[in-house]
Design a binder for this molecule. Structure first.
Ligand SMILES: NC(=O)C1=CN([C@@H]2O[C@H](COP(=O)(O)OP(=O)(O)OC[C@H]3O[C@@H](n4cnc5c(N)ncnc54)[C@H](OP(=O)(O)O)[C@@H]3O)[C@@H](O)[C@H]2O)C=CC1
Ligand SMILES: O=C(CO)COP(=O)(O)O
Ligand SMILES: [Zn+2]
Length: 348
């Protein structure tokens, strides 16, 4: 309801660092939001962070969600209406943040994002993604007013969630290439600022890949900052274009074909090896993407994702159908071409 064309809507307070969870109420207080919040969380983050956040707001109401679904968004809306919440605080991974973001958008109240994992750039963006029918991609939603990312908690989260966040950022390279292509071929609206910011974010992450290691709080810092920057690029663009191209389409198809098999970031990372090959052929740039993912310990093959070669090829050949978003996949990649690209790059 707040999405207005031409508006750049950004978080107001972004608080990142060790132990900053304890500053959640203070970061919110500055914004003079009316009323008490409803804290939205899921089972694991509840114990790790949400109970402490709720205490900061005087033991406010809390709702625990189990799955990313519209039924859960509806349940949160009802809970928020029952307790007359002034705003929502999402404490958890991407699922919780999305549910709280979409519920707050529907209710027309503020939203605060407290990510407990750096698994993708949706934790800071104005995009929400809850599967509905055949739709897996994100839609415009209420962006967070405040982001509180405690690097102590995020550094202790399962490492695969962090490598997924890194891979989501690395995929910005190919997303920007797809956006430029769509601009040239289809006159799609394009922002030089948003694409430069998105590309630079991916470059900074890759340049610092050596210092991104499990359990290191500096790594959590780097990844969170990159996710914030990517979210800002999407806000400037007013769409997910700077961070989502053909590699995301392929990942969304994989989510349909074999739901729950792999993390979003890991899928887009592997898919971006192939789409980089489609963009630049044998010039070796796909190898840079592959190396960057490998250096971080993220998957680089369909097998490591848990997907069969057949499913991966099917996702490649059908991905162009799911959204009105022109990319290097054009009007569709033939099965032969998909097998060739995925084989040359070692993805299948
Ligand atoms: N808005 C957007 O632009 C985008 C949204 N998405 C959406 O995001 C969701 C996926 O997000 P993702 O974060 O990968 O998945 P989840 O939110 O499901 O989190 C993954 C798992 O990690 C657990 N967890 C979270 N934080 C911690 C922690 N600190 N320590 C230990 N475990 C933890 C969760 O626990 P528990 O089971 O208790 O929740 C869950 O089991 C999907 O719904 C997807 O559609 C994906 C990409 C972009
Ligand atoms: O995941 C995203 C950006 O990293 C959002 O992209 P989609 O709009 O394709 O869901
Ligand atoms: Zn993504």
């Amino acid at each position: 309801m707040f999405n207005k064309r031409g508006w750049i809507r950004l978080p107001r307070n972004v608080v990142v660092g060790h132990g900053v969870l304890s500053q959640t109420a203070a970061a919110v207080e500055e914004l003079h939001l009316a009323g008490t919040p409803l804290v939205v969380t899921s089972p694991t983050p509840r114990k790790l962070a949400a109970e402490s956040v709720a205490e900061q707001f005087g033991g406010c109401s809390m709702v625990t969600v189990e799955e990313a679904s519209f039924a859960e968004v509806q349940r949160v809306i009802e809970e928020a209406e029952n307790c007359e919440a002034g705003f929502l605080v999402g404490v958890g991974g991407g699922k919780v943040i999305d549910i709280a973001k979409m519920a707050s958008d529907e209710l027309g109240i503020g939203f605060v994002s407290v990510p407990t994992a750096a698994s993708h750039d949706g934790i800071v963006s104005g995009r929400g993604s809850v599967p509905e029918g055949n739709n897996r991609h994100s839609v415009a939603a209420e962006p967070p007013l405040v982001v509180v990312a405690d690097t102590g908690i995020i550094a202790d989260a399962p490492w695969r969630l962090t490598t997924a966040g890194c891979a989501d950022i690395i995929s910005n390279y190919t997303a920007v290439k797809d956006w430029e292509l769509a601009h040239r071929l289809k006159n799609v609206e394009y922002s030089e600022y948003a694409s430069a910011l998105s590309r630079m974010t991916a470059e900074m992450l890759v340049d610092n890949a050596d210092s991104i290691r499990p359990g290191l709080e500096e790594s959590a810092w780097l990844v969170v900052k990159a996710l914030v920057s990517s979210g800002v690029a999407m806000s400037i663009a007013g769409s997910s274009r700077p961070a989502s191209g053909a590699e995301h389409l392929i990942s969304h198809q994989l989510d349909r074909i074999a739901p729950g098999t792999a993390l979003h970031g890991h899928q887009v990372g592997v898919a971006s090896i192939v789409t980089e090959y489609l963009h630049s052929g044998s010039m070796g740039r796909w190898e840079n993407v592959q190396e960057a993912l490998g250096a971080l310990g993220a998957p680089t093959t369909a097998e490591e994702l848990g997907h069969s070669p057949e499913d991966f090829v099917e996702a490649m050949t059908t991905a162009h159908e799911i959204r009105d978003r022109y990319t290097i996949l054009g009007d569709g990649v033939s099965e032969d071409a998909a097998i060739e690209a995925a084989t040359v790059t070692g993805v299948i």
